[in-house]
Design a protein around this ligand. Structure first.
Ligand code: UD1
Length: 368
């Protein structure tokens, strides 16, 4: 007898660690057949294959092979290519995670075809519509029939936007499921840095940077890199560099700032390499959403290079502090961490490694 089919969508790097525990929970239950669609938004081996392999995500049933482009082009191509796949798969629902263009594009196709949409990581809001992700979040939530939240603030955001309470389920954080499950396999920094001919310093920070607001404007990026170079003279930094950031640094001729600093620039690292580095880091400087949560779960101090966060629990309960792109605030934040150890934080409610199980149970209750 064939099982009811659930189309699960992934597209970009931050989706992979969210879908992995959901696939594992579906596999364990054997009540629903997952049909995995990869849109191809991220395609480099370092941005995709490594994650599938390390997180043991099943091979996608379909790869839409969309690749990069403007927001309109990328979103439109995903929609166009997803529609026939959805027709053919004929699932009882479509599940999307996070806030990338693939999330919204597939959500919109599903909703128009009246296939119920399930959104994992619903209700997060930065209240900053200059972020493409914020638009993706608001619209995906409006289209969804079942909304799974990671923190309590998300429910209030959704209710304010007129989402019916019965659709909202506070289940915890699937990304933390993935983190807890892989901690033991995390690759020690010594091993990762040896690949770059470096020895692991006794203390180091981890840096990531890729938001358009930080990297697309030459003057902003230059000022940030100069501040980070100053930070690196207090604590050396490892900087796994997103391809879009690397392209900007080259195009704006800013390499020399990095060359003169104590910053080891690497290509994007795998999940297990990154987990090993972050766990051992004295501090993390980032504009990523996921790292704000992972550092909170690991108890590692995090300085977020943004003015706002859609994940406020990482600030109110976790180890996260917002410092924006202001060099003085960044340096003061680093100094405080080096002198006091930074915020201790506590693990937010339901970030216990069982979010995916709760999600599958709620899907079964709703649809089977
Ligand atoms: C996307 C997500 C962002 C997420 C980030 C994580 C949207 C709107 N943004 O941003 O929320 O935090 O992923 O990485 O969906 N590129 C490569 N190889 C790849 C993929 C991208 O070189 O495998 C380069 C291309 O030049 C591309 C650029 O990176 O144009 C941007 O890629 P894109 O998928 O448009 O957005 P991200 O910046 O990665």
């Amino acid at each position: 007898m064939s099982l009811p089919k659930l189309v699960c969508v992934v597209g970009a790097r931050p989706n992979f660690m969210k879908i992995a525990p959901i696939c594992a929970a579906l596999q364990a239950r054997q009540t629903i057949e997952p049909f995995l669609v990869h849109t191809g938004q991220h395609y480099d081996a370092a941005m995709k294959e490594t994650f599938f392999r390390q997180l043991k995500i099943p091979e996608p049933d379909v790869d839409l092979g969309v690749g990069s482009g403007s927001h309109a082009l990328q979103t439109a191509q995903i929609m166009q290519r997803f529609e026939p796949v959805l027709d053919q798969a004929a699932p009882f629902a479509v599940l999307v995670v996070g806030d990338v263009n693939s999330t919204l594009a597939c959500g919109l196709v599903a909703a128009k075809k009246q296939v119920p949409l399930i959104h994992v990581e619903a209700g997060l809001r930065s209240f900053d519509r200059t972020m493409p992700e914020e638009i993706n979040r608001v619209l995906t939530d409006q289209l969804s029939e079942l909304l799974f939240t990671t923190e309590r603030s998300a429910r209030d955001n959704l209710l304010r936007e007129g989402i019916a309470e019965a659709k909202i389920h506070f289940v915890g954080n699937v990304m933390i499921d993935a983190l807890l499950r892989h901690l033991e396999q995390a690759i020690p920094p010594v091993q990762t840095l040896a690949r770059y001919g470096r020895r692991a310093p006794s203390e180091f920070g981890v840096l990531t940077l890729h938001r358009p607001a930080n990297v697309d404007e030459p003057r902003v990026l230059e000022s940030l890199l100069k501040a980070l170079a100053a930070v690196s003279r207090r604590v050396p930094l490892v900087f796994p560099c997103h391809p879009r950031t690397y392209q900007r640094i080259e195009r704006f001729g800013l390499n020399a700032i990095l060359d003169r600093a104590e910053i080891l620039v690497t290509e994007p690292l795998g999940y297990l390499e990154m987990l090993g580095l972050v766990r051992a880091a004295r501090l993390v400087l980032t504009d990523s959403g996921g790292l704000q949560e992972e550092t909170t779960a690991l108890g590692v101090p995090c300085l977020t290079l943004r003015e706002n966060t859609e994940r406020p629990v990482t600030v109110t309960e976790g180890t996260n502090t917002l410092v924006g792109a202001d060099p003085d605030k960044i340096l003061a934040g680093v100094e405080e961490i080096l002198q006091t150890g930074g915020k201790r934080g506590r693990i937010p409610e339901l970030w216990d490694g069982r979010a995916a199980e709760r999600i599958v149970a709620a899907i079964e209750a709703e649809f089977l």
